[in-house]
Design a protein around this ligand. Structure first.
Ligand SMILES: Cc1cc2nc3c(=O)[nH]c(=O)nc-3n(C[C@H](O)[C@H](O)[C@H](O)COP(=O)(O)OP(=O)(O)OC[C@H]3O[C@@H](n4cnc5c(N)ncnc54)[C@H](O)[C@@H]3O)c2cc1C
Ligand code: SF4
Length: 329
């Protein structure tokens, strides 16, 4: 463990000012990811800026019918919130599929978005890893890559984003509210996380010193027809090999609106609007779901150990869409 300074932020402006002034400072919320990474010597912050006392714990209904969730609302409180259960059950399902009750009690909304990859080599400081040490190489491409990406990877990094919550947020078209020294801005969740390209050290499009203050969900929650399917090695306490958030709006025998997002397959939650366009106006049936799966996975590429994920994802997409439509699984 390294030496670091500890500061408790007095307000949001104080937090972002301190983070901007010290490039290796880190915000700390629940600490369930950051402290582990510090113990493993992967993260070496010079200062921890404790944001847990900031007023970011509210869940508010918005005038347009949406819902704003503060960055410090614990994951378990989101999943149990009556408004989320009633209007955004897909989000509740995805959160409850992750980690354990104790972890969800500690984990914050903002921290969940910024949790880092579970690539084994990222955690092992004895091995090369471009995400941890830019320019050192990627041990996973020719190493053990069973958990790794089948979509959107680069020669520099084939890691996956591990969050379950973010897959549902991508399907629900959430927006991330952030604050920095030059003011506040909103980023669509689908543009928040990055593909690795040749800068895999950057997981997101946050600027240095920026802090997440909230996420916002639009009014459309797909409460009637949704599914979150998570496939993993153990039934609990394991990250997704493949997960699917599927949401449909049905009009009689026709799909009026559709959303499909994948987790465990790429450096970010994977969503492709052309697949949703294909589903719109079609009959909710297996042949249509199979076409959607083929389109969503058209560029999927295995690395060897993870080749099985392509067929797993194909079946998971079909099954999740069938569940969302209300058919037998
Ligand atoms: C054993 C184990 C199993 C798990 N299983 C799953 C799983 O199956 N599915 C899943 O989705 N997750 C899983 N998780 C991950 C867990 O969900 C995350 O660790 C948690 O959500 C992180 O939230 P936190 O508040 O503790 O973040 P912290 O550890 O406090 O912070 C994480 C990162 O976010 C930054 N940060 C925190 N808040 C903000 C903010 N408001 N603005 C800007 N930066 C911020 C920190 O600087 C840090 O870089 C698991 C974790 C563990 C330890
Ligand atoms: S996949 Fe990414 S995180 Fe894993 S070793 Fe390669 S560069 Fe590092």
């Amino acid at each position: 463990m390294i030496n670091f300074e500890y500061t408790r932020a007095s307000d949001i402006a104080d937090a972002v000012r301190r983070a901007s002034a010290e490039p290796r400072a880190k915000f700390i919320a629940g600490g369930t990811n950051l402290v582990d990474l510090m113990k493993e010597d992967v993260e070496r912050p010079t200062r921890l800026i404790d944001i847990t006392q900031l007023p970011l714990k509210a869940v508010e209904e918005m005038p347009d019918g949406g819902l704003k969730i503060g960055a410090l609302v614990p994951n378990s409180d989101i999943a149990d919130h009556p408004m989320v259960e009633r209007r955004y059950p897909l989000l509740a399902l995805a959160i409850l599929a992750g980690a354990s009750q104790q972890l969800r009690n500690m984990a914050s909304t903002g921290g969940n978005l910024l949790q880092r990859t579970r690539c084994y080599y990222f955690y092992d400081t004895a091995t090369p890893c471009n995400k941890r040490a830019p320019g050192s190489g990627c041990s996973a491409i020719n190493g053990v890559n069973r958990q790794h990406a089948i979509l959107g990877a680069s020669l520099d990094c084939v890691a996956t984003h591990p969050s379950d919550m973010c897959v549902a947020l991508a399907a629900l078209d959430a927006t991330v509210h952030v604050a920095g020294t030059s003011g506040e801005r909103c980023i669509a969740l689908r543009d928040f996380h990055r593909l690795p390209g040749n800068t895999p050290q950057h997981d997101t499009n946050l600027q240095p010193g920026e802090m997440i203050t909230a996420i916002e969900l639009p009014a459309q929650g797909f409460a009637a027809h949704h599914a979150y399917l998570k496939l993993r090695d153990r039934a609990s306490y394991a990250f997704a090999l493949v997960s699917v958030a599927a949401a449909l709006e049905l009009d009689g025998g026709t799909i009026r609106e559709a959303r499909v997002a994948l987790g465990g397959v790429a450096h970010k939650p994977w969503r492709d609007v052309s697949v949703e366009a294909l589903l719109r106006g079609r009959t909710p049936e297996n042949a249509v779901y199979a076409q959607a799966a083929d389109l969503l996975l058209r560029d999927a590429k295995g690395l060897g150990h993870n080749d099985f994920k392509i067929e797993l994802a194909r079946r998971a997409i079909v099954r999740a869409l069938r569940q969302a439509a209300g058919g037998a699984s």
